[in-house]
Ligand binder design. Structure first.
Ligand code: MRU
Length: 358
């Protein structure tokens, strides 16, 4: 996809090979997950991360769970298979709470399972595994295409040359394809657009410093890494043409949960009159959440803040508040860039959203 960036997820029967993003960019190591617990653990500790990638991993996680059952009990019938899948759905669904792509993927495979079991009365658990593997692969393919469509939507709005700010990592590592926010930038660069990117380092786990700077660097996109606190000032100084970020969950009114540190960029962009774009697949939209208050925000362990690369960096015993995401009010979002096109306010995703053609 980008020379030098390995695939984040590779499935073969019974094994999900996960590129361990916690070790990047220094080490390319993999986790070979052979049961749902191992996939859930990899999602929980951010070995695989980024909303679309989490959803794809969860889809394959169900396949791994059923293959695991069949390896332990080759005679297992459909009832046992469906029990194992229900258990795996519960484990995977609890791995991280904010990205709605995770439950969306589990629901997609559950629907495929139910439809298959309704119509194929004499099917075996092995047949069901074939069906679920096909559905998980289709989800992966769909997410790849969605990235291309998002890139087209984004490029329809951006000028030939632009200075852009992004946050966290919404590139190939976070998705099933070229990325969402970074997909726009990467495809634009490939087509001769002159983009310069300021990437926030993304405290505390440094997805911007480790992953975004790595991906953009490999693709030859000019990128400057900055401390997260530098972004709002840069925007207010008029040095930025647009902010472009991803999303973990978009509520019906456009309120957007994304990596902590997104909100200050949106506030500064609104004050400066700078476009603030959210690039996200439809699988990140949750019309059942009326607004941002209904989005569960993950709180992660204190050691992510008190330690850096295993070394203590905080006063011993300091109490910690470590939300992984913040919520940007929908009225600060200039437009959503989706596979359905460019969506502009007023946002009301509970109903069928209006789209500008990309
Ligand atoms: O905690 P992370 O690294 O999974 O957070 C990722 C983000 O916030 C991304 O911006 C979002 O998932 C979109 S990825 C295309």
């Amino acid at each position: 996809m980008i020379a030098g960036i390995p695939p984040n997820l590779e499935y073969r029967r019974g094994v999900l090979r996960i590129l361990d993003q916690t070790r990047l960019p220094w080490e390319e190591t993999h986790v070979e997950a052979r049961d749902a617990e191992a996939v859930a653990a990899a999602i929980g500790r951010l070995a695989v991360r980024g909303a679309p990638a989490i959803g794809i991993a969860a889809g394959y996680g169900l396949c791994v769970a059923l293959a695991d059952l069949l390896a332990r009990d080759p005679e297992a019938g459909l009832t046992a298979a469906r029990e194992a899948l229900a258990d795996a759905r519960a484990r995977l669904g609890a791995a991280r709470p904010t990205a709605v792509n995770l439950p969306a993927a589990l629901t997609r495979l559950e629907r495929a399972e139910s439809a298959f079991c309704r119509t194929a009365a004499k099917a075996t658990a092995g047949d069901l595994l074939d069906r679920l593997e096909a559905e998980a692969a289709a989800l992966h393919r769909d997410e790849r295409q969605v990235c291309e469509d998002i890139a087209a939507a984004g490029l329809s709005l951006l000028p030939e040359a632009a200075t852009l700010v992004t946050h966290c990592n919404a590139g190939p590592l976070a998705t099933g394809g070229i990325g969402t926010a970074l997909g726009v930038i990467l495809r634009g660069h490939e087509r001769g657009r002159r983009f310069t990117v300021y990437a926030g380092e993304t405290r505390p786990l440094l997805q911007g410093a480790r992953l975004t700077a790595w991906e953009l660097g490999k693709a030859g996109v000019p990128v400057r890494l900055m401390p997260d606190g530098a972004g709002p000032g840069l925007i207010l100084a008029g040095k930025v043409d647009a902010v472009i970020v991803g999303a973990d969950r978009v509520a019906a009114n456009g309120d957007t949960a994304n990596k902590l540190g997104t909100l200050p960029l949106a506030l500064a962009a609104a004050r400066a009159g700078t476009p603030f774009y959210v690039a996200a697949p439809w699988t990140s939209f949750d019309p059942s959440a009326p607004d941002g208050a209904a989005v569960p925000i993950e709180e992660r362990g204190a050691e992510e803040v008190t330690h850096l690369a295993g070394r203590a960096t905080a006063a011993p015993g300091a109490a910690v508040y470590n939300p992984a995401f913040d919520v940007t009010p929908g009225d600060l979002v200039t437009a959503f860039l989706t596979e359905r096109g460019v969506l502009r306010p007023p946002y009301a995703f509970g109903r069928d959203a209006e789209c500008d053609p990309a």
